[in-house]
Write a protein that binds this ligand. Structure first.
Ligand code: FBP
Length: 549
C-alpha cells in the first residue's frame, strides 16, 4: 500500500458536511418548464427529448419509496479539479443508501474509457482510499469529445453489458455539453440509460443562477493565492523584482480576479475588461509601464502582476487574428501539419489577410508559434501553452527602455515570470470543495433514483452553513446557446465570463488604483483543513460578493 502523510491519514477520516435534506428521506419538487439561455428554437430542435424540462428541488418527505438497485457508471472528463474523488464517493454512498445492491463502475481515462470499454468496478475499499483526496487518479481523466453516433452506440454496448442504467459525467462546460448530447441520444432511442452531469472546473466559468460554483475553483484559487502571497512576501523583502504571474482559467478571468481579491497585488488584468474597453496590446503595455514608473518614483522597483491565461484572446485585434487562425487551421489542418517547424511562421503569414498577417509577423517568434499549436478536441485554443507572461514582461521592458532614453523613467526593472495552473488542480480539496463535491455526488444519486436524465446536479446556497444548502437538478439544455466551434455553429453550454457589472469586479475596481501604488499585499497562507470555521470553511470571496455576503 502507498505510504501516506499524517495529513492524508487524518484527512481520510473527514466526514464531508451535507445539506440537511440529503440526510433524510428525499422527495422531489418540480418547478416550471425551462428554456435555453439563447437560441431557443435551434436548441429545442436539436434536443427534442431533453429540452424544456423543469427545475428540480429535493424536499423532505415522510413517504419512503423502495427503489430498485441500479448500476451506475461514472466518467471524469477534462482538466483535473480538486474534489472529483468526493463527487465519486458521494455517488457511491448515495446509490448504496438508496439500495445497497447498487454498483458503481468507473470508466478509465475519461470519455474514451466508455468508447474503448475500459472500466473498473469501484468497490468500497477503492472508494475509501480516495475520500477527501485531490486528483482524478482513481480512474483518470481525458478530453475525448463524445459527439458521434458511433461513439454513443459503442458506449451503449458496454453500458448494456454491465447493466448500467445511469451514467454520471463529471466535467466542465464542454463535457456537460457532451453529457447533454448523450442524454438526448439515449432518450431518443429509448436506450434505458440516464445521463447526469456534475459541474467541474477550476476555471469557475460553469456557473449560472442555479449552479453557483463549479467545483475545484475554491481550492485552486486558495492554492494559487497562497503561492502568490509567498511571492509577494519575497518581493516585498528583496524589493528587486517585478513578478509577472499568469494564472490558469481559459477564457474567463475568474481565477485571476479571485486571487486578486485574496492577495491585493499591484496589478491584475481582467480579460473581459480589456475586451469591453477595446484595449490594444500597446494600451496594456502602457498601463503596466505607467504603474512601474509611479512605483519607481516612490523607490519601489518591485511589484506583482496577475495575468489571466486567456488574455490574448480578448485583445480585440488579437481576437480577430485568432478567429482567422482557428478557421484557417480547422480547414487546413493536414496541410499545416506537413509544414516544417521553421517554415510554419512564414506559411501562416502568407495565408492570413493583410491586416492579420502584419500583426502575426510583429509577434515574438515563440508566441507566434504557440498561437498555431493544436486546438483541444473541443476546438479551444490551448491558452495555457501561450506564454503571455513572457510576452508582457518583454514588451513592458522594451517600453521602459524607450522611456528611460527620453528621461521619463529612472527606475530599475528586473522580472520573474510564473505560470500557476497545474500546481492547484490536484490539491487536496478545501473543506468547501470536499463538502460541496460530496453533496453534488449524493444529489446525482438522487436524480438517478428519481429517473431523471439530461440534468446537472445542483447544490446551492453554499455561503450558508452546509445544513442549509439546497439540492436538486437543472436541465442542461437550460444553459445552452449556439457558438462557433471548429468553424461550425454548435450547441454548447454558455461560458460564464467575469461580469463587469458584478460585485466581485466592482470590489476589485474600487481598490486597484490604491493597490497599484501602495504596497497592500495580503498573505492568505495555506489552506487549513482543521480548525476554526472562519479559517477552514470560508467560500471564495467571489461567491460571497456575488451573494451579497
Ligand atoms: P477544464 O475546462 O477541462 O476544466 O480545464 C481546466 C484547465 O485547467 C484550464 O484552466 C486550462 O487551460 C486547461 O485545463 C489545460 O489543459 P490541459 O490539462 O489539457 O493542459
Amino acid at each position: 500500500m502507498a505510504k501516506k502523510s499524517s495529513l492524508q491519514i487524518a484527512r481520510a477520516a473527514y466526514q464531508p458536511k451535507v445539506p440537511a435534506i440529503l440526510k433524510g428521506i428525499v422527495g422531489l419538487e418540480e418547478g416550471a418548464a425551462t428554456q435555453s439561455v439563447a437560441n431557443q428554437q435551434e436548441i429545442k430542435s436539436l434536443f427534442p427529448n431533453t429540452y424544456g424540462l423543469p427545475l428540480i428541488k429535493f424536499v423532505p418527505t415522510s413517504e419512503r419509496t423502495a427503489y430498485k438497485s441500479a448500476n451506475v457508471g461514472v466518467i471524469l472528463s477534462g482538466g483535473q479539479a480538486p474534489g472529483g474523488h468526493n463527487v465519486i464517493s458521494g455517488i457511491f454512498d448515495g446509490i448504496k443508501m438508496i439500495n445497497e445492491n447498487s454498483r458503481l463502475y468507473g470508466f478509465i481515462l475519461g470519455p474514451g474509457g466508455l468508447i474503448d470499454h475500459n472500466y473498473i468496478e469501484l468497490t468500497a475499499d477503492i472508494i475509501d482510499e480516495y475520500r477527501n483526496t485531490g486528483g482524478f487518479d482513481i480512474i483518470g481523466s481525458g478530453r475525448t469529445k463524445l459527439e458521434k453516433k458511433e461513439q454513443f452506440d459503442k458506449g451503449l454496448e458496454i453500458l448494456k453489458k454491465l447493466d448500467i442504467s445511469a451514467l454520471v459525467i463529471i466535467g466542465g462546460d464542454d463535457s456537460n455539453t457532451n453529457a447533454c448530447v448523450l442524454a438526448e441520444y439515449y432518450a431518443s432511442i429509448n436506450a434505458g440509460v440516464q445521463v447526469i452531469g456534475c459541474p467541474k472546473t477550476i476555471d469557475g466559468d460553469l456557473k449560472n443562477e442555479m449552479i453557483e460554483a463549479s467545483f475545484g475553483f475554491d481550492t485552486a484559487c486558495k492554492v494559487y493565492s497562497e503561492v502568490i502571497g509567498n511571492i509577494q512576501r519575497d518581493c516585498n523583502s528583496a524589493r528587486k523584482y517585478w513578478h509577472f504571474i499568469k494564472l490558469m482559467g481559459r477564457s474567463a478571468s475568474h481565477i485571476a480576479l479571485e486571487c486578486a481579491l485574496q492577495v491585493q497585488p499591484n496589478i491584475c488584468l481582467i480579460s473581459e475588461e480589456v475586451e469591453a474597453s477595446g484595449q490594444s496590446l500597446d494600451d496594456i503595455i502602457n498601463y503596466i509601464a505607467n504603474i512601474v514608473v509611479s512605483r519607481a518614483e516612490n523607490g519601489n522597483n518591485f511589484g506583482t502582476i496577475l495575468i489571466p491565461e486567456g488574455l490574448i484572446e480578448f485583445i480585440p485585434v488579437m481576437k480577430n487574428l485568432m478567429d482567422e487562425l482557428n478557421d484557417y487551421l480547422a480547414r487546413n489542418e493536414a496541410e499545416f501539419k506537413m509544414i516544417k517547424r521553421k517554415e510554419k511562421r512564414a506559411y501562416i503569414i502568407s495565408k492570413l489577410s493583410a491586416e492579420n498577417s502584419k500583426l502575426y509577423e510583429s509577434l515574438p517568434e515563440a508566441v507566434a508559434l504557440q498561437l498555431t499549436l493544436d486546438r483541444d478536441p473541443h476546438g479551444n485554443v490551448q491558452v495555457s501553452l501561450i506564454e503571455t507572461e513572457k510576452l508582457l514582461a518583454e514588451m513592458v521592458g522594451r517600453r521602459l527602455e524607450e522611456w528611460a532614453a527620453v528621461g521619463k523613467y529612472k527606475g530599475k526593472f528586473a522580472t520573474q515570470v510564473h505560470f500557476f495552473g497545474y500546481e492547484g488542480r490536484c490539491a487536496a480539496p478545501s473543506n468547501y470543495d470536499a463538502d460541496y463535491c460530496y453533496s453534488l455526488g449524493f444529489t446525482a444519486a438522487h436524480l438517478i433514483s428519481s429517473g431523471k436524465t439530461g440534468y446537472m446536479s445542483s447544490v446551492r446556497n453554499t455561503t450558508a452553513p452546509a445544513a442549509e444548502w439546497i439540492a436538486g437538478g437543472v436541465p442542461i439544455t437550460m444553459m445552452m446557446n449556439m457558438e462557433r466551434r471548429h468553424g461550425e455553429m454548435k450547441p454548447v453550454i454558455q461560458k460564464a465570463l467575469v461580469r463587469l457589472d458584478g460585485a466581485p469586479f466592482k470590489e476589485f475596481a474600487a481598490q486597484r488604483d490604491r493597490w497599484a501604488v501602495e504596497t497592500e499585499y495580503v498573505y492568505p497562507g495555506p489552506i487549513q483543513y482543521f480548525g476554526p470555521t472562519e479559517v477552514c470553511d470560508q467560500p471564495t470571496i467571489t461567491l460571497r460578493l456575488e451573494q451579497g455576503k
